[in-house]
Design a protein around this ligand. Sequence first.
Ligand code: SF4
Length: 284
Amino acid sequence: KDFRNNVKPNWCPGCGDFSVQAAIQRAAANVGLEPDQLAVISGIGCSGRISGYINAYGLHGIHGRSLPIAQGVKMANKDLTVIASGGDGDGFAIGMGHTIHAIRRNIDMTYIVMDNQIYGLTKGQTSPRSEMGFKTKSTPGGSIESALSVTEMALSAGATFVAQSFSTDLKDLTSLIEQGIQHKGFSFINVFSPCVTYNKVNTYDWFKENLTKLSEVEGYNPNDRTAAMQAIMEHNGLLTGLIYQNKEKKSYQELIHGYSNEPLSKADLTLPEEKFNELVAEFM
Ligand code: SF4
């Protein structure tokens, strides 16, 4: 169960994405997967390269479109564990429409966002996660837009699993990814993954000072959606841990009438000649 391959990541030294890669590899091994039971589908951006660095099925897709591809993979082969991943620009700007609908659709898969609050691959512009006042080459006078609160967005969209982590908390992050893989539905995991090259505000030290661990909040119950929303708002989204889980709601696959137990990718879809002729006759 070795999810490492011999491709050397070309992320900058110190980039948070290294830990996310390690956490996915550890989590996959810990839940007992074999490399041919996992598919990692990614979008475009520095973090999008991750699908090439994991020994599993992988597809480095197009910008903002990791989720439609990943959902298609899961629907075609329900036996695969599917992880979609990418950055905050990929998932919350160009891909936002897919993100919201994938969350509410609740297909059994895991979506991991490496959130560095900036566009790193294009050399440092504001992203939907950049705070107001954030100065970059694209906003030299400081951003005049509010940062999107993504955990709030996920809860509002009807998420059944919402978690958040920090890339240096490898143990916690690995555990959350394991829980996400095991959750029967769509798991949304946002990971603060600092960009050491272009984001000089939201640094490792900044996160250490500003994040609150939910495991240290007395009496916190991740099955209470109202309490989850309240906690996010109280802490301005700067929380880590399992924020919310609903184990009762059925996944998309469970609700489809007649969805085959046999993965579609393995089913015999050959149309008998007689049936084919009947169908053609209908259109003549
Ligand atoms: Fe990571 Fe930023 Fe370097 Fe991209 S530019 S690899 S996000 S540190």
